[in-house]
Design a protein around this ligand. Structure first.
Ligand code: ADP
Ligand code: MG
Length: 764
């Protein structure tokens, strides 16, 4: 089994010691229970406060007992011993392996409450909005019993509402929303705009999904660039201008200026008033200048070439196309407009963070999942986390059948439909797990041809899915789902109300069918775990064909001879072993991809941390003013005479932050390009990651210098008055709207490119 690797064996000794100690503590907690039962609520709370005073728990057994009694009083759930044990393991910072239906929500809430009692701020991380809301609502009575506060972050909340929730002791939130708030808080220009408060602990539900499967999914914050790119009309007007009379370049040909005649011509052609009045100075004038710059100073085949409908820069010193370079977006767009190409205007990425980088920011991470053991290696390697296995409250009665193997996909698909029909004919509920949305829809279509009613779930609407999956155990139900659709929702036999429970039990419980083995056994087990909750009967069965991805990818270059029987079915232990082998190969490949990709991300995350440290200094001190005043003392003296220090601090802050953020965004774009092309560039000598490191580190050094030089430049020239620095006059406005999305092209998920998300926040 995948979990029993060298590490697991090596850690076995310590783990079983931990477990033994935990069980002893739980036993002790049980004996204290009766005594605590006699206390009234206020006394119980006082007891808890005592136990946790001083920032740590003095007697874990007593704390568990207090939490248990409180859960009984507030939620009508008295924790099973295994739940108390899991709570303790969470409090000690482990990932607990605990099967589906064992009550991980309560475990997470008890641990969160325990942490919060010691004065720690806790984030309970869920996989979606629906579960954050559900769990927060469900667990509120327990948390509030102790006088602590709890709230849920969901997509719809305004910044103001978010600020309120983040001020709570315990915050439930979907991982992506929490990440988006981190990104947005990294772009504030005044401390009062921040919505998050630092958290001490993350308790991650479905821990392997978040920490492993989706670890490399980037969360992206993008913004518009107000007035940066010249529109076609402006480019046309600029084309009619006469050099010398309408505009003049400076001697070094680094800038170009409109003359009064030129300005008048442009105003006339565009039918507007003065280019220099407030309406136009930050927008139209900037665009005209960009278009002029593109026309006069950037020469085709000298500074750039046009290739495949795109502008490609030429590296002047080497006379070659510089694939990795681009001009600032406004200029790039102006040149594209000049050449009549599609203008690649639009949003630019302001910042991005992967879920893994997000999670490692928390000083303490712990979590729970039904498939932790299988993720032991990754949890240790990437998060330095240990896994504690918690026994089931009731013995598992699910029967996991041996795979059914077929030579071809077509034969496999036919057999899957036959199998579902046969089971369905008896009334036994069936849950089918497919690999992707397309497969789930095709299968549903084929089943409907046989007049079978099918519910299809494919990760589009969490709340709706929860409702459907809750009924998946009902008599005669067939539910076709993609991986983890509807996750977190309990599947009760006989329907959500368990009305037909007895009949479904008699029929054998929930039948779980996997249409192929996943690239890791862990994902297979996530699906299997949907059946057999809390001692329910059930069975699981996977279908495999030799044409499946896992077999072709994992068995590449290996030959296996087979002799299929009727319908292409292959009943052979040797072939089943071969499939296990293929899966182990793909698991190894995924781990390798993960650790390689993380190396790239880690470096970017480290650099981001440095930037954020610098930002904090600018936000919280007078560092910005001091740096600028030191570098441009004349300007500083001039301003100091007119304006208060407070105003000057604010202006300096805005200028520095603008250029720092801008430089970071450029840096990210550049690193993205570097990474895309690094494999082409690494000419045998250097490994791609080393090459990437070299470039990233060099560019990062330059970033700081550029940001400072540009800030000083702006400081010298920009209008500064009581309202601060008028950056917009120079086309340096911050994005007026930002939006967030999650890029789902991570190599571990195996699915294609899809961008989920929408404009979620404006004008922050
Ligand atoms: P998991 O996340 O481990 O799959 P949930 O937290 O969703 O499980 O809980 C599954 C079900 O078990 C819920 O309906 C919950 O009400 C019930 N449950 C959990 N703990 C207890 C308990 N100690 N006593 C009674 N019911 C419980
Ligand atoms: Mg759960």
């Amino acid at each position: 089994m995948a979990g029993f690797n060298w590490f697991w064996k090596a850690m076995g000794g310590q783990q079983s010691r931990n477990q033994k100690r935990s069980r002893a503590i739980v036993d002790k907690a049980r004996t204290i229970n009766r005594e605590l039962d006699a206390l009234d609520d206020a006394q119980l709370v006082a007891r808890a406060r005592d136990l946790a005073s001083g920032g740590s728990v003095s007697d874990p057994a007593e704390l568990l007992a207090v939490l248990g009694v409180a859960a009984g009083r507030t939620l009508c759930m008295t924790p099973f011993d295994v739940q108390s044990q899991a709570t303790l393991r969470l409090l000690e910072g482990d990932v607990v392996h605990m099967a589906t239906g064992e009550g991980k929500t309560l475990v997470g809430a008890m641990a969160a409450t325990g942490f919060a009692l010691t004065g720690k701020r806790v984030h309970c991380i869920t996989v979606n909005d629906y579960l954050a809301r559900r769990d927060a609502d469900w667990m509120t009575p327990l948390v509030e019993f102790f006088g602590l506060t709890v709230g849920a972050i969901t997509e719809k909340l305004t910044p103001e509402e978010r600020r309120g929730v983040y001020a709570c002791d315990i915050v439930y939130g979907p991982v992506n929303e929490i990440g988006f708030d981190v990104l947005r808080d990294q772009l504030i220009t005044d401390r009062s705009q921040a919505v998050q408060k630092g958290a001490d602990v993350a308790i991650v539900d479905e821990a392997d999904s978040v920490l492993v499967d989706e670890a490399l999914v980037p969360l992206v914050l993008a913004g518009n660039e107000p007035g940066r790119a010249p529109r076609g009309r402006i480019t046309e007007v600029v084309r009619t201008l006469e050099p010398g009379t309408d505009y003049r370049p400076d001697d070094e040909r680094r800038n170009v200026f409109l003359t009064d005649e030129g300005a008048a011509k442009v105003e006339h052609a565009l039918g507007i008033g003065s280019l220099y009045d407030d309406d136009h100075v930050g927008t139209t004038l900037v665009q005209v200048n960009l278009a002029l710059h593109a026309r006069e100073l950037l020469i085709r085949d000298v500074h750039y070439i046009v290739r495949d409908g795109k502008v490609a820069l030429i590296d002047a010193s080497r006379g070659r196309v510089a694939d990795l370079q681009r001009w600032p977006d406004g200029i790039q767009a102006a040149v594209e407009a000049k050449e009549g190409l599609v203008v690649t205007e639009g949003g630019r990425i302001l910042d991005t963070i992967t879920l893994q980088a997000l999670m490692v920011r928390y000083p303490t991470v712990c979590g729970m999942t039904g498939t932790a053991v299988e993720a032991t290696d990754q949890l240790r390697q990437f998060y330095d986390l240990r896994v504690s296995v918690i026994d089931r409250n009731r013995e598992l009665k699910r029967f996991d059948q041996a795979d059914r193997v077929f030579a071809t996909l077509e034969e496999k698909n036919a057999a899957i439909v036959d199998e579902i029909r046969t089971i369905h004919a008896t009334g036994q509920p069936v849950l089918v797990g497919t690999q992707d949305v397309a497969e789930s829809e095709e299968l549903a279509e084929r089943l409907r041809e046989y007049d079978i009613e099918v519910s299809v779930l494919n990760a589009k609407n969490d709340a709706e899915e929860a409702r459907i999956i809750a009924e998946a155990g009902d008599l005669g139900r067939v539910t076709v789902s993609t991986q983890m659709a509807g996750r977190g929702t309990d599947i009760r036999l006989g329907g959500a109300d368990e009305a037909d429970r007895d009949r479904v039990v008699e029929l054998g419980g929930l039948a779980v069918i996997g249409t192929s083995r996943h690239r890791t056994a862990r994902l297979d087990n996530q699906l299997r775990g949907r059946g057999g909750r809390q001692g329910d009967p059930g069975f699981s069965l996977f279908f495999v064909s030799l044409e499946d991805d896992v077999v072709t990818a994992g068995g590449a270059g290996e030959e296996i001879t087979v002799t299929p029987g009727s319908g292409g079915e292959i009943d052979s232990k040797r072939v089943r072993d071969f499939i296990e082998h293929c899966q182990r190969v793909t698991e190894g490949q995924l781990l390798e991809i993960h650790s390689q990709t993380w190396k790239y991300n880690k470096l970017i995350a480290d650099q981001r941390e440095i930037i954020d440290g610098r930002r904090a200094e600018i936000l919280d001190t007078s560092a910005a003013w001091e740096s600028l005043a030191q570098r441009a003392p004349d300007r500083a003296a001039e301003l100091s005479g007119k304006l208060s220090r407070e105003v000057l601090d604010k202006a300096a802050r805005e200028i520095m932050l603008y250029h720092l953020d801008n430089a970071w965004s450029d840096h990210l774009a550049l690193l993205d390009d570097v990474r895309e092309s690094i494999h082409l560039r690494a000419i045998a000598r250097e490994t791609p990651i080393d090459e990437f490191h070299r470039i990233a580190v060099a560019e990062f050094k330059e970033l700081a210098q550029t940001a400072m030089a540009e800030s000083v430049d702006t400081f010298r020239t920009v209008r500064i008055d009581e309202d601060g620095a008028h950056l917009e006059d120079h086309g340096l406005a911050r994005p007026s709207a930002t939006w967030t999305y999650m890029v789902n092209d991570n190599p571990l998920s195996g699915s294609g490119n899809s961008v989920i998300g929408s404009i979620t926040s404006m004008f922050r």
